[in-house]
Design a protein around this ligand. Structure first.
Ligand code: SF4
Length: 517
């Protein structure tokens, strides 16, 4: 019984606010398989509500691993205007407690005195230092202090969790594990001391200063009264690590209420994103470098999929955070932004080769690409755009220009300059197929105002096919959230106009959605 929802005497018990799918896209599913592959037995508790839910598997021999899963619980539970999603009868909503990680840790501390707790997943990762919390409208301290966890795993967590388990099995301490944060009484040598919690709470310039230190590759420290929160730099993940992880024997068995059902036969090609959009938390989670799996490993996974009893011939998605960054790996740790680098391989040649091999796998009828496509990068390869639109799109391709205002786009760290060119190229290639583009836009980002929204509405009306207008939500630790809280661009120190009042935010959303009614 290496992984189970029932039983007792487990080495590790994972507690998740999401259902467990034995699937490579399910965070708790991946961690369970990795621990199992290292010889640890794993119990899984999904969405516990009552004391009996927490105690049903007994006490783990090593530690509890606590996560909200693939989304922050506050983002999950509230709309961008802070309305509870539970009040919306039409929302496809996955209920979880507010601040799930803290709530679960408090319950475990109460029920299992002295137990070891590791926290991880997006909620822990993006709240590892002091952060602006939109739902409190205030600066909160590191979640390590609120949860009283022994260790916080940030970013890709497989190596860290395996190390935590093996150290605890040997009776060793948890200090110094790459890719983790811990509380320490001392400030060790080699750590960069960021502004303290008290400083960033009370001083917006200090908050901006802290923002510019954030990086997964640095040893960082933040002072809290008599303690420090220490971040050990993230471990290197190489293509071979990903090949090993995605080769684990996931059954792709889905929980009946899984949110991942539409992605049962998706295949992950790479991790990380070099886009570094200001509003996106991916850079501080998976990192700003691409790590691509080997083509052979991906093809082996697809060859195994065709034998799954539920497989109907369709690979649901072949992608990663941005579908067309596959193969854009760089091992040079220069610290500069990859997108601006002249040596970045923008040819898409590895990806085109992979797409061809994937659709040639016997019994595969169609390989869809549903992950987002960075159209500015895609413009570097007509061959890729042709291949994509001819073989991998199901009627429409979704792209995310986000805005059309140069001012807002600059604050978003997005390059919209090739948007029209991409639309023309895609449309010319699809004159006879009827395939169309769909667009995602965002309003209410710092720098946006009613005038900019009207400009966006006019352009969107001319384009037609707007898929979604998202209202900006300031999520923890992003650059855009720092702009929202401080009214400053931390990169330049310049003031940024921010819309705070909900009535105007609502007007922005209404102005643009009415365009399409
Ligand atoms: S391109 Fe997509 S995944 Fe990458 S940083 Fe931007 S929003 Fe995030």
């Amino acid at each position: 019984m290496p992984i189970s929802r029932e039983g007792s005497d487990f080495d590790v018990i994972l507690v998740s606010a999401e259902y467990w799918d034995d699937h490579p896209l399910c965070p708790v599913g991946v961690i369970a398989r990795v621990l199992e592959s290292k010889g640890f037995s794993v119990g899984i508790i999904e969405k516990p509500e009552h004391d009996e839910d927490f105690t049903k598997l007994g006490s783990p021999k090593l530690f509890f691993g606590v996560t909200s899963g693939s989304i922050d619980s506050m983002l999950n539970n509230y709309t961008p205007l802070k309305r509870p999603r539970k009040d919306d009868p039409h929302a496809d909503w996955n209920p979880m407690p507010d601040r799930a990680v803290v709530a679960y840790c408090n319950a475990l501390r109460r029920l299992f005195k002295g137990c070891k707790i590791a926290i991880g997943g997006i909620e822990a990762s993006l709240r590892r230092f002091a952060h602006y919390d939109y739902w409190d409208n205030n600066v909160r301290r590191s979640i390590l202090l609120d949860s009283r966890a022994d260790v916080l795993v940030y970013g890709n967590g497989e190596k860290q969790v395996a190390e935590v388990a093996s150290r605890l099995k040997k009776g060793d301490g948890l200090a110094g594990i790459p890719g983790t944060c811990v509380i320490s009484k001392e400030l060790p040598d080699g750590f960069t001391r960021m502004p303290s919690f008290a400083e960033v709470r009370d001083d917006k310039l200090k908050f901006c200063e802290m923002q510019m230190y954030f990086s997964n590759s640095r040893a960082l420290a933040q002072a809290y009264d008599r303690n420090f929160v220490l971040q050990h730099p993230a471990p290197e993940y190489a293509p071979a690590d990903l090949d090993e992880i995605y080769a684990l024997p996931f059954s792709r068995g889905m929980h009946p209420k899984s949110q991942l059902k539409m992605a049962q036969f998706s295949v992950v090609t790479h991790r990380g994103c070099i886009g570094e959009c200001s509003f996106c938390s991916l850079t501080l989670h998976q990192g700003n470098r691409i790590i691509s799996r080997s083509e052979d490993s991906i093809i082996r996974e697809i060859e195994a999929l065709v034998n799954h009893p539920d497989f109907k011939g369709h690979v649901d998605d072949l992608g990663g955070p941005s579908a067309n960054m596959y193969g854009m790996d760089c091992t040079n740790a220069c610290g500069d932004a990859c997108l601006a680098c002249a040596t970045l391989d923008r040819s898409h040649s590895r990806l085109v080769g992979l797409m061809r091999r994937a659709r040639a796998v016997p019994r595969v009828k169609k390989v869809f690409v549903r992950s987002g496509v960075r159209f500015d990068l895609a413009m570097e390869s007509r061959e890729y755009v042709r291949e994509l639109s001819k073989h991998h799109v199901s009627g429409m391709l979704k792209i995310a220009p986000e805005h059309v205002s140069k001012r807002v786009l600059a604050l978003m760290n997005k390059d919209g300059s090739r948007f029209s060119e991409f639309c023309d190229l895609f449309n010319s290639m699809n004159k006879d197929t009827g395939q169309t583009l769909r667009y995602y836009f965002m309003v209410g980002h710092p720098g946006d105002d009613m005038q900019e929204v009207r400009m966006l509405a006019e352009r969107a009306e001319r384009l037609g096919n707007a898929e979604q207008f998202q209202l900006f939500t300031p999520t923890p630790m992003t650059l855009s959230t720092c702009m929202y809280w401080t009214g400053l661009d931390p990169r330049t120190g310049k003031a940024v106009k921010v819309t705070y009042d909900y009535a105007t935010k609502k007007k922005m959303k209404t102005a643009i959605t009415h365009t399409f009614e």
